[in-house]
Design a protein around this ligand. Structure first.
Ligand code: ASP
Length: 338
């Protein structure tokens, strides 16, 4: 073999390594924020959640460790959580006022701020995969309802009967919220625009950093129990429920969506880092514990910065969460004081 050829092959080898990268990796996951406290779940249910969080954390981390992209880690974790009835995303999504399930999801890639999102889809098995398809195979960012479903069919995504998403647990939540709402109306206690009860668990989200230094974030949800009139929350809104930019961080939010939209939570955290020089932890704490708390918005976020640091603040009693940061520190927790 001539020397030039050997040199070219060596250079190509080096090129491939550089493309794959050897930087730090990190991942953070949430399974919803809310009033979960020690004792509020049965020991069996608690174990089920912890086992699931450990399982998806390992699955996502494995993708990154094997040199996979942050986008692949995000979709690998979220599809598993959508397929599990434990979470308010995909199967197990909460019910609307009309007893249907309307699913929202979004994904963003920090390398070029490309993004995709879907709102109010009822027949797409994995909304996060549809969000990614919108990002990769369409010129758009956000598709909604029948149009999004039509796109899903054209793109060959898995379509299911709407009954696939039904679970008795979520129907029971709807009954409780409906009763509370009707009682409130009867007693004419005014109409607060929050929904009591069960919005508080189960939206899922992931933020990840891959070896090539690319951040990505994704979020998937059934929204809030008893939602009506085509209500869409923050989860499919880029900048509110999901954000990723390689200059700063990747963020996924969970909580009372209307507040996350109005305060542009996910993007505000990144902006504080970029323009204000705050660390990820400072920026995330300020937004969740000060700005949002003062506004009356309940919830939390998980985030990873460009160096693989992780922040997971919430202003509710608990948040299902799991992470492995760039130093290999592992967290799997649900309550406030863990
Ligand atoms: N943020 C979601 C929404 O408002 C709900 C949640 O995170 O639990 O639709």
């Amino acid at each position: 073999m001539n020397k030039v050829l050997i040199l070219m092959m060596a250079l190509m080898g080096i090129g491939e390594l550089a493309a794959q990268g050897d930087g730090p990796i990190a991942i953070a996951i949430h399974g919803g924020a809310g009033s979960v406290r020690p004792g509020s779940l049965t020991p069996e249910a608690e174990k089920e959640y912890r086992d699931m969080l450990n399982k998806v954390l390992d699955a996502g981390y494995q993708v990154l460790r094997d040199g996979g992209s942050s986008l692949d880690a995000v979709t690998a974790v979220i599809t598993q959580m959508e397929d599990s009835p434990l979470f308010n995303a995909g199967k197990g999504a909460v019910f609307t006022y009309e007893e249907t399930n309307e699913l929202d999801a979004s994904i963003m890639f920090g390398k070029d701020r490309s993004a995709g999102a879907v709102a109010g889809v009822r027949i797409v098995k994995n909304p996060i995969l549809l969000a990614r398809t919108v990002m990769e195979n369409s010129p758009h960012v956000l598709l909604a309802r029948e149009g999004a479903e039509q796109f899903a069919k054209e793109q060959g995504l898995e379509i299911v009967d709407p009954a696939y998403f039904h679970t008795e647990k979520r129907m029971e939540s709807l009954r409780r919220v409906r009763e509370a709402k009707e009682k409130e109306a009867r007693e004419k206690q005014g109409s607060r625009n929050d929904t009591p009860g069960d919005w508080k668990y189960g939206t899922v989200g992931v933020a990840a950093l891959d070896r090539a230094g690319n951040l990505a974030a994704g979020t998937s949800t059934g929204g809030m129990t008893y939602k009506r009139w085509g209500r869409v929350g923050d989860s499919p809104i880029i900048g509110a429920g999901t954000w990723a930019d390689n200059q700063t961080c990747a963020v996924s939010a969970t909580g009372h969506g209307e507040f996350f939209i109005r305060w542009g939570v996910a993007q505000d955290i990144a902006a504080r880092m970029e323009y204000g020089g705050q660390t990820l932890q400072d920026a995330a704490d300020t937004v969740i514990h000060k700005v949002l708390k003062k506004a009356g918005g309940e919830g939390g976020i998980i985030a990873v910065d460009k160096n693989g640091k992780v922040a997971m603040p919430f202003n509710t009693a608990g948040m299902f969460r799991a992470a492995i940061d760039a130093d290999g520190n592992r967290t799997v927790a649900m309550y406030g004081e863990e």
